[in-house]
Design a binder for this molecule. Structure first.
Ligand SMILES: *[C@@H]1O[C@H](CO)[C@@H](O)[C@H](O)[C@H]1NC(C)=O
Ligand SMILES: *[C@@H]1O[C@H](CO)[C@@H](O)[C@H](O)[C@H]1NC(C)=O
Ligand SMILES: *[C@@H]1O[C@H](CO)[C@@H](O)[C@H](O)[C@H]1NC(C)=O
Ligand SMILES: *[C@@H]1O[C@H](CO)[C@@H](O)[C@H](O)[C@H]1NC(C)=O
Ligand SMILES: *[C@@H]1O[C@H](CO)[C@@H](O)[C@H](O)[C@H]1NC(C)=O
Ligand SMILES: *[C@@H]1O[C@H](CO)[C@@H](O)[C@H](O)[C@H]1NC(C)=O
Ligand SMILES: *[C@@H]1O[C@H](CO)[C@@H](O)[C@H](O)[C@H]1NC(C)=O
Ligand SMILES: *[C@@H]1O[C@H](CO)[C@@H](O)[C@H](O)[C@H]1NC(C)=O
Length: 419
């Protein structure tokens, strides 16, 4: 509440005559709730890239300043992961062959997407880890015609690419009790500290943002590919941590511990790796959970692990916007997209205060934020809300889609301590 109120006050600009009262949905006549961003705030945007042929959801910037983007597959596009090669050009990455599976649907069962291990199907997120390796998160679920078939086989995977050789060094697939056919892998963050897993290779935290019945956070040991025994779902339903836990090896839903219908979407790890921040896409609520609780595999030795993770979820208040991507910088700030206000907020984990950092009408749905080693915050503007399924079938998106960047305050840069 406090965060929202201070945000409204900061926005100012209450229209004259707005206090007419009477409106039961808005008894205080708060015209700020109908605010349309038409002012700018914070550092001016630098236009960094324009996309004309592909619709981006994720971007990632490497230590050398190489920029990568992914394009979830909507019918036939040329590639699902690209490297930016110029102001408005991209090329398939790591190569075109890897981006062009022989088919998008399973030819023997067209209800299912194809599940190739040796090809990318539809990548939702690209992230550069603190060791400067690029990871590709493949949902395995392209949109084909007007449907999004369920994933099959190795369609759902996390692929590590070595940026010195430009080739894959690791492909992690998920057991069927972790990634279900209707799972929608959405975003991923890395903690590569050697002492947090037995393998020493670190952890990937992945959100499942499926709106088809199962949401949560998947915890993967990058060394073994194990999902810490089973997934620790910590999502929320309408803002309330959902505690209907299914027993281990339930015949209804083997291996699953909890189910949520409003899933975590954007995630960010605190700069010290000890908290995972998340925000469900269809809410304005902001949460974090201690990663120590997520790192306990729910099994016979730790029968309460999933309960403990859910009980450990902290509600941080409203962030006042429909939010998608989250990101962290080396000064500890959590960056929060605020797409109803064409704004990016900063969250100070010490004071727990959210403040608008940059606002511009050209921020037309910031899907992803990526902090560079160069001290800039890179982010997308992809016109998400102009998609046909949100506009009665009419596609209102108009290329180009954009990447902008702004300099970070406090000399902040990429978090490189989690190695
Ligand atoms: C912002 O508001 C001014 C004054 O009402 C108007 O002239 C201008 O076109 C608006 N700009 C945008 C981007 O909406
Ligand atoms: C995609 O492929 C088509 C057909 O080969 C080609 O005309 C088009 O330029 C390609 N687009 C990109 C962005 O590479
Ligand atoms: C198609 O599905 C069948 C089983 O339903 C599976 O064995 C096969 O590997 C799948 N093919 C692809 C390309 O995913
Ligand atoms: C990897 O790709 C980058 C950019 O495309 C290129 O500069 C570099 O030479 C490539 N490395 C190898 C080993 O091919
Ligand atoms: C494309 O990249 C994949 C993954 O690194 C690799 O397995 C394959 O050999 C590459 N193909 C070509 C034609 O370079
Ligand atoms: C890992 O080691 C660091 C540095 O010694 C220490 O601060 C941290 O608490 C350790 N983390 C765990 C999970 O043991
Ligand atoms: C949605 O589209 C349908 C079919 O084109 C049309 O009949 C209907 O009026 C539209 N609804 C709205 C709210 O625009
Ligand atoms: C940023 O770094 C510069 C050069 O090291 C230093 O002078 C300045 O005080 C720093 N600013 C902040 C806010 O830490």
């Amino acid at each position: 509440m406090i965060a929202l109120l201070s945000f409204l006050l900061t926005l100012g600009s209450i229209a004259p005559g707005a206090h007419a009262g009477a409106d039961p949905l808005n008894p205080f006549g708060l015209s700020g709730l109908r605010y349309v961003a038409n002012t700018t705030l914070g550092p001016p945007l630098e236009l960094w890239h324009e996309f004309y042929d592909h619709w981006p959801t994720g971007i990632a910037i490497s230590k050398e300043g190489r920029l990568f983007a992914n394009f979830p597959v909507e019918n036939l596009i040329n590639f699902t992961v690209g490297e930016i090669t110029g102001g408005a050009t991209e090329k398939a990455f790591p190569n075109l062959t890897y981006n062009q599976p022989p088919s998008l649907v399973n030819t023997t069962n067209p209800q299912l997407a194809a599940g190739y291990l040796q090809y990318l199907i539809s990548v939702q997120s690209v992230v550069v880890d603190p060791k400067n390796r690029l990871w590709l998160l493949d949902t395995g679920r392209p949109i084909v015609g007007s449907i999004q078939p369920y994933a099959s086989g190795a369609g759902q995977k996390l692929v590590g690419v070595d940026l010195t050789t430009n080739t894959t060094f690791k492909v992690i697939t998920f057991p069927p009790t972790v990634a279900y056919p209707d799972t929608l892998l959405n975003d991923v963050r890395f903690d590569l500290r050697p002492n947090i897993t037995a393998s020493g290779e670190g952890i990937a935290y992945i959100t499942d943002s499926s709106d088809e019945g199962r949401n949560g956070i998947i915890v993967v040991d990058l060394g073994t590919g194990d999902t810490m025994g089973d997934p620790s779902f910590v999502g929320v339903y309408d803002g309330v941590p959902f505690t209907v836990i299914r027993p281990i090896d339930s015949p209804i839903n083997p291996g699953a511990y909890a189910r949520f219908t409003t899933g975590a979407d954007g995630i960010a790890l605190s700069a010290d790796g000890e908290y995972l921040y998340y925000t469900p896409l269809s809410s304005r609520r902001f949460y974090r959970v201690p990663t120590a609780l997520l790192r306990v595999p729910p099994n016979g030795q730790n029968p309460s692990a999933a309960f403990d993770a859910i009980a450990g979820v902290e509600f941080l208040g409203q962030h006042g916007s429909h939010s998608d991507g989250l990101e962290t910088s080396s000064d500890g700030t959590i960056w929060v997209t605020a797409n109803e206000q064409d704004t990016i907020f900063s969250f100070d984990p010490v004071t727990k205060i959210l403040s608008p950092f940059v606002r511009d009408p050209r921020i037309q749905w910031c899907d992803t934020l990526s902090v560079g080693w160069d001290g800039y915050l890179y982010f997308t503007s992809n016109q998400f809300t102009r998609q046909p399924q949100l506009n009665n079938g009419t596609d209102l998106r108009r290329p180009p889609f954009a990447v902008f960047r702004v300099p970070l305050p406090n000399n902040a840069t990429k978090v490189t301590t989690l190695v």
